[in-house]
Design a protein around this ligand. Structure first.
Ligand SMILES: *Cc1c(COP(=O)(O)O)cnc(C)c1O
Length: 455
């Protein structure tokens, strides 16, 4: 499989060449030149890891043997605490939850980042070098990445999070890992500020000359392919139905993986983008308006994003893979702060996606209703999707994704249902541990200096 860039569709990179890179030099994101086709019948009665093997292998086969990939996958998911890894649970007829909370840091990010960690380790054995992981997090990616890379001394990890804007549990999960290769940076700004700093440093020559910078944000293609697996896995558990998926969304990584699954042959009916008050995705999909907006803080911090990086991949697809149009759109967006998609492109978005957004009150109300009706405690991100799941009243099959364990967001849970949820022992142990982080201003030069001093 070769890879092109959303801003240069003539590019033909190998998987190894894009593995450590987030952005292409032209500023675009990588996509495969074509979609492999998967015959679902060949996946039946296989384990999660073996299903993953069939789905991921076509994307990596020039650089990893099937045996290597099998080992990588077995190691990636060995620590997950549910035998099914990503179980589908039935709430009522035709309404299901896909639970993605059984990895080491209790959010869906583990499904991709544990894989990425092992993939890097195998790759570094074959081609030894020191690499620097640089990422921005709205809370869950950071801890998942830190836990995936903490034992690999060939990899230094710098994670930027918005200071004071992640949940206390999310912060503890990141800052209590006392390893020499882990650097937590709290930026005095919001997530979009963190993401912007990271993107700028990725194309900074001085840094590139000193180290091999590696992206672990959801713009990294390898993360997206690991996420494709659980959409197929849901189908295998529910069987014989055109499924509609509801995906709580921020950076558009998780739901884009569902789109990839659809392209690879999974019978998906519609994809529903659920957001909190930060509703840029809703305004793009329903009206074609991409405007720069201010980020609001909500009970679902991992979705407090107004610039959804992975949406560029969908733009490229909806522009019929014409990278000129992607370039033009971003030139205009960067100049004026807004871009209006044409009606034919909006129609294309709408053929695939629906979108909705709910505010904090509705989030709490949904957590409370779900608890009363099903005795199920959902986290606030998951609730943005569950609101829709509750409202659905048709004969179709709906699967809503549970993206994080509610114990990570107990303040909101307690407000909603009057009590906190039980905290898994691995999380409650964190409260006594010493935190390590460096607070820096929202300033690219200062972060760059810190990086140069510490790599
Ligand atoms: C990251 C995250 C999201 C958003 O996922 P994207 O891939 O960025 O769209 C939603 N919920 C939780 C709990 C998350 O950690």
């Amino acid at each position: 499989m070769k890879y092109l860039s959303t801003r240069d569709n003539s590019l033909k990179k190998s998987f190894n060449e894009i593995l450590y890179q987030g952005l292409s030099k032209d500023g675009g994101l990588y996509l495969p030149v074509e979609w492999p086709n998967i015959d679902i019948h060949n996946l039946e009665n296989k384990s999660y890891e073996d299903v993953a093997l069939e789905i991921i292998f076509p994307f990596v086969k020039e650089n990893f043997s099937k045996g290597e990939l099998q080992n990588i996958l077995n190691e990636s998911y060995s620590t997950f605490s549910h035998e099914k890894k990503a179980p589908v649970k039935e709430l009522q007829t035709n309404k299901y939850i896909l639970e993605l909370i059984y990895g080491p840091t209790y959010a869906f990010k583990d499904y991709a980042l544990q894989f990425l960690g092992k993939l890097f380790s195998y790759s570094l054995i074959k081609n030894p070098k020191k690499i620097t992981v640089l990422g921005a997090t709205s809370g869950d990616t950071g801890s998942a990445a830190i836990h995936a890379f903490k034992t690999n001394q060939d990899i230094n990890v710098f994670i930027l999070h918005p200071h004071g804007k992640v949940s206390p549990m999310q912060q503890k999960q990141m800052t209590t890992v006392n390893e020499e290769n882990i650097f937590n940076i709290a930026i005095e700004g919001n997530f979009d500020d963190c993401q912007k700093i990271v993107k700028t440093l990725f194309i900074d020559d001085e840094i590139q000359n000193k180290t091999s910078l590696t992206a672990i944000n959801s713009i990294n293609w390898a993360r997206l392919i690991a996420q494709v697996v659980y959409y197929f896995w849901s189908h295998l558990q529910i069987k014989n139905k055109d499924i509609n998926f509801i995906v709580p969304s921020g950076n558009f990584g998780n739901i884009f993986s569902a789109y990839v699954a659809k392209k690879m042959g999974l019978p998906i009916n519609r994809l529903h983008v659920a957001t909190n008050k930060n509703d840029i995705l809703k305004s793009i999909i329903t009206h074609g308006q991409m405007n720069k907006k201010i980020v609001s803080q909500t009970f679902s911090p991992s979705m407090d994003i107004q610039i959804s990086s992975n949406f560029e991949r969908q733009m490229f697809e909806s522009f019929d893979r014409d990278s000129n149009q992607v370039n033009n759109a971003f030139n205009e967006f960067n100049k004026t702060g807004s871009y209006q998609f044409s009606s034919s492109v909006i129609d294309n978005f709408k053929k695939i996606y629906d979108a909705s957004s709910i505010n904090d009150d509705e989030t709490l109300d949904t957590i409370s209703k779900i608890f009363k009706k099903y005795n199920y405690i959902s986290d606030p991100h998951t609730a943005t999707g569950f609101k829709l799941l509750m409202d659905k009243n048709d004969d179709e099959t709906w699967v809503s994704l549970a993206c994080a364990h509610p114990a990570k967001f107990n303040t909101a849970v307690e407000k909603a249902i009057g009590k906190a949820t039980d905290i898994p022992i691995e999380l409650s142990n964190l409260f006594d541990k010493k935190e390590n982080m460096t607070i820096l201003p929202n300033n690219i030069q200062e972060v760059k200096n810190y990086l140069l001093q510490n790599i």
